[in-house]
Every structure is written in structure tokens, then in C-alpha cells.
Design a protein around this ligand. Structure first.
Ligand SMILES: Nc1nc2c(c(=O)[nH]1)N[C@@H](CN(C=O)c1ccc(C(=O)N[C@@H](CCC(=O)O)C(=O)O)cc1)CN2
Length: 295
């Protein structure tokens, strides 16, 4: 039997609708500042979408586009200005930064109250201590999709494949917050296939095209594929297509539910960013967070 296709695009659209409703009920418009350095084509597309959806949900979008040869000090100085600007509720520095710029240093300059990407040490510390704070967007999207598909996640065995700071590690902690039993597997894990086969919820986040085979999946498992990999098209010469970290077609015959790529986890990233911007604005300005944003 073929797995249920988890429609991340539709869920993200619904979530943006909830964000728009939440924004309407606020006393003032939240503002999101996005900083793009250089001209990486994928980053340009993501930043354009972020600005578009920010405005569509009724918020203010503040864009800073900077040349790739900007100095790290100038970038840090911009982040400090945005920290001090009362009209800015959320700050995001689009990653990756061009070579020569230390993203750790730049990210760390973002004030934790405005850290809508949830990537500063303060946000990561809050997450690991189980304290309230802004949570990273893609991992939050993964949990939302898993909960929407399976309901209560308590007691389920979640295997996160990958240990990146952007996705793997925070995803593991967020599934732990949902009372899952969590395993983090990675490139040095022995017998990766058997570890993955233990998972009720499998979350591959390694950036290796179609690495996860159908035989690695427990029959009926929920597969949340975080990978977004561009590979050469087999049908059209010179063209590319997007694939996940999972070999999707055969996996569909084994999994109970699975996210496609594109249209799965990817769209959740921006929807969760918008949600975080509203949450950041509410915390900073002393407003109640609208319950429509709960999940
Ligand atoms: N500061 C950040 N930088 C980056 C993040 C992030 O969360 N914060 N994540 C990624 C890029 N990203 C958002 O910034 C992002 C990636 C993918 C998608 C998405 O909707 N993907 C679509 C396919 C789009 C396509 O055709 O290329 C999908 O999967 O359906 C949205 C946002 C790295 N940088």
C-alpha cells in the first residue's frame, strides 16, 4: 500500500493563514528584518519568498541586501543597529554567508529576543534546557507535520539522521520535547540501516540525495524528509530537479506517511519563521501570543 503523502505546502499555507489572523488581532504590525549578503541564487529566492509572505501576512518586511565583499565588522554593525531598532521584532541573516564571513560571530550578535531563526547560543541553550524561547524554523516544521499526521507523539521512537546545528540537533530536542524517545544517527553510526529501521518517525537531514533506502524504513513509519538536493534531471538534459534524502518512490511502498520533496518540509521553514516573528513581537511588546499559533 502506498504511504499517505504529507502535504507540507498545504499545511504551510494554513499556518500562514493563522499567522495573518494573529497579526490582525495585534495592536501594531510586527516587523521582520532579513539580511542577505552576496548573490547566491537559492538564497535570493528564499529571501524574496520571505519578504513576500511577510507582507502577505500583514507584517512589515525590512530587507538589507549587501555585497559579498562587505566586511564582517560592517555586517555586525548592521545587526547591532537592527537590535536597537524598536520597529524591528525579528532579525534573520540568510545562510550560508559568503566565504570569509564568520556566520557564528554574526548570528551571535542577534539579540536573543529577536532571534526568529532560533540559532543563537541563547536560543539553543533555552531549547536544550526546555525553557521558553524562539525555536529553529525547519525543525519546528518537522514536528508540526509529524503531529498533524500522527497526533500525540508521546512514546514514539524518533530517529533523526544528521546532527547539524540548523536542523539535526534542534530537531532531536524538539521531538524530545514531544516526549518521543530520540536517537540521533550520523555518518559514524554503525549499521545506519538497522538504526533507521527502529524509527516510528524517521527524520533524515543529511543533504545526501536519496541516501535512505526503502529497506531502512520500518513498515508504516512516518518519514519527514528534510533533504532538499538539486540533482541532474534524468529526463531533460542540462536541467536539474529536487530530491530529498530519501529514495521517495520505493519508500512510499513501505512508509505509512511521507513528506515529498519539493512540497514537504521546505515550505514549513518560511511559515514557521513568520510564526516566530509574531511570537517575538508579542514577547518583546508585552502582548499575549494568539492561541491560533499553538500546535
Ligand atoms: N537563516 C537561515 N538560512 C537558511 C535557512 C534558515 O532556516 N535560516 N534554511 C535554508 C533555506 N531556506 C530558508 O531560508 C528555505 C529552504 C527551502 C524552502 C522551500 O520552500 N523549498 C521548496 C523548494 C524550493 C525550490 O524549488 O528550490 C520545497 O522544499 O518545497 C524554503 C526556505 C538554508 N538557509
Amino acid at each position: 500500500m502506498s504511504a499517505i503523502k504529507i502535504d507540507g505546502k498545504a499545511y504551510a499555507e494554513r499556518l500562514r493563514g493563522h499567522v495573518a489572523q494573529a497579526v490582525k488581532a495585534l495592536p501594531a504590525q510586527p516587523g521582520l528584518a532579513v539580511v542577505l549578503v552576496g548573490e547566491d541564487p537559492a538564497s535570493q529566492v528564499y529571501v524574496r519568498s520571505k519578504a513576500k509572505f511577510t507582507v502577505e501576512t500583514g507584517m512589515r518586511s525590512i530587507e538589507h541586501k549587501l555585497p559579498a565583499d562587505i566586511s564582517e565588522d560592517a555586517l555586525v554593525s548592521l545587526v547591532r543597529d537592527l537590535n536597537a531598532d524598536p520597529e524591528v521584532d525579528g532579525i534573520l541573516v540568510q545562510l550560508p554567508l559568503p566565504k570569509g564571513l564568520n556566520s557564528d560571530r554574526v548570528i551571535e550578535e542577534i539579540h536573543p529576543d529577536k532571534d526568529v531563526d532560533g540559532l543563537t547560543e541563547a536560543s539553543a541553550g533555552r531549547l536544550s534546557l526546555g525553557k521558553k524561547g524562539l525555536r529553529p524554523c525547519t525543525p519546528t516544521g518537522c514536528v508540526m507535520l509529524a503531529k498533524d499526521t500522527l497526533g500525540d507523539l508521546s512514546g514514539k521512537h524518533c530517529v533523526v539522521l544528521g546532527r547539524s546545528i540548523l536542523v539535526g540537533k534542534p530537531a532531536a530536542l524538539l521531538f524530545l520535547e514531544q516526549n518521543c524517545t530520540v536517537t540521533i544517527a550520523h555518518s559514524r553510526t554503525k549499521d545506519l540501516a538497522s538504526v533507521c529501521r527502529e524509527a516510528d518517525i524517521l527524520v533524515p537531514a543529511v543533504g545526501r540525495p536519496q541516501m535512505v533506502q526503502a529497506e531502512w524504513i520500518k513498515p508504516g513509519a512516518c518519514v519527514i524528509d528534510v533533504g532538499i538536493n538539486r540533482v541532474p534531471s534524468q529526463r531533460f538534459e542540462g536541467k536539474t530537479r529536487l530530491v530529498g534524502d530519501v529514495d521517495y518512490k520505493p519508500a512510499r511502498d513501505v512508509a505509512g506517511s511521507i513528506t515529498p520533496v519539493p512540497g514537504g518540509v521546505g515550505p514549513m521553514t518560511i511559515a514557521c519563521l513568520l510564526r516566530n516573528t509574531v511570537i517575538a513581537a508579542c514577547h518583546r511588546r508585552g502582548w499575549d501570543v494568539p492561541s491560533i499559533l499553538d500546535f
